[in-house]
Every structure is written in C-alpha cells, then in structure tokens.
Design a protein around this ligand. Sequence first.
Ligand SMILES: [Zn+2]
Ligand SMILES: [Zn+2]
Ligand SMILES: [Zn+2]
Length: 285
Amino acid sequence: MKLQYLGTAAAEGAPALFCDCDFCQFARKARGREIRTRSGALLDGTIKIDFGPDSYKHELDNGLNYAKIHSVLITHTHVDHLDLDELAFRRPVYAHLPENDPPMTLYGNEKLGEKLAGVRSDWIAFRRVKPFETIDVEGYAVTPLEAVHCLSRDGALWPVVFEGKTVYRSEEALFYLIGKDGKNVLYAHDTDEFTPADMEFLAGRGLDLVSLDCTNGRLDVTYIGHMGATEDRRMREALLQNGAADAHTVFVANHFSHNGLLPYDELQALLPGFTVSYDGMTVEV
Ligand SMILES: [Zn+2]
Ligand SMILES: [Zn+2]
Ligand SMILES: [Zn+2]
C-alpha cells in the first residue's frame, strides 16, 4: 500500500495563517519541507483521508484528479479535516462527470451526517461508520477506531476512557485502520494516546505502517486531544509491546502545529524510530 501525505500541518497551517512567531518567520524563508499545509492523505490513489481547506492545492501540487476519487474517510468535522464549501463544487454545473458516475461517498461519524444533510444528493453520499465495525471500501477493509479528540465541555456525549478516566467528546471522533492483501496501515490523527479499547483491538496485528498525531511537536502539554514527540515515543513503545507493531513496522509522525515545530532535521532528531512527515511524502509498505 502507498500512503501519500498531502498535508501535514494542524488547523492553522505552518507557517500559520496569521502568525509571526520565530518558527513561522523561519519557515517562510526556508520553504521546502518547512512549509506544511492542512491535513490530508491519499491511499493507493484511491481512498482519500479527510478533505480540508487545502485539498485543492494538494490536487494541483501532486498531479491528482479528484474526479476519480469516490471514497473519502473523514476522521472528524474540525475545519482542517472537512471543508463542506469545497466539496459542494462536486455539484453538476461546477463539475462535469461521466453519466451514471457514482457519487463520492464520505464515511464518518454522526456529526458529519448532520453537516451533510443539506449537501447529500446524487453527487455526494454519506455512510455512517462506527468504532470497531469493519466495512468494505473499494476492496479495502476499513475499521474506524475511537479517537481521544474533540473533548466536550458541555454534555456527557461519546465517552471514551483516557488515562483511566472517562472523558466526553462533542462528536465521535475517529481514526482509521485500513487493510488490504495482508498489509495494514493505521492513520491516527487527530487523537491523544490510544484508549484501552483501541489498544486491545490492535494487539498482535503487526501493523505495517503506523502514522501518529504529533501536533504538539517538541512541547509537553497537559490538554487532552493531541500528542507530541514525548507521547509518540511512548505510544511506539506501547504498540511494540502489545504486538500491534513489530520490528518491521514503519512509524510516521504527522499533523504538526507551528507552536511545537522545529526545523525538519531537529524535529527528526527528537523522534528516533519515526519518519517525520512532510508535504508530498510517500510511504510504501
Ligand atoms: Zn487536525
Ligand atoms: Zn507561528
Ligand atoms: Zn481536530
């Protein structure tokens, strides 16, 4: 399987949209791998993961043609992962597609379904997916897992267990395990360290590629919902220990905020055992 990293930043991009911090000043000069667009990936040229505001740039920069894409896995509805206004351009008049071309199906949680209510039609379809329920997507076995993300301050919805406590989420945020022909890719953005249920589900699988959220980069922070280099190193150990990963597993750190970023090589030095992602990077397993 071939995973193409199209966008590798968190919500505000890196350099961030309106930011003049030291890192953003550096990135604007250095360019190259220091420029990161909002999150998104493509598996085997077939399955798109998330559809954020930089998706159009990704299509141009990578020579892609989204007219050929019919399956999009949405992790959650934060703005860097879902841009409904852009998706609306799949409507006839804006897009000319073959007659009887199937709709583009967006797979995701209940909140995605609500947001797509006014958009769904012959050209965009929705399929609700749930944690630990495997479905077939164009010949791939896709299993959503529960993400520790979108934490809610109001209302006891969508509980998950994190560090021995139950925490609640404003939507059922997901990340995805995707398998085909004996190969398995885990694309785990955005999430904090995995829940016990996730760890149990993944135990012993010997995954080929594990891509972990590294929003906080060099920073150790206390809020719940993302990881940084410290948590990524800890997660790698935990996944190796329970057999979810083994010596052959490729680990990637991805989805970076400018707040915790360092120049690419310095970040890579903080993450032994990982490949640090960059926009346009391809990993084949
Ligand atoms: Zn994000
Ligand atoms: Zn900045
Ligand atoms: Zn998010």
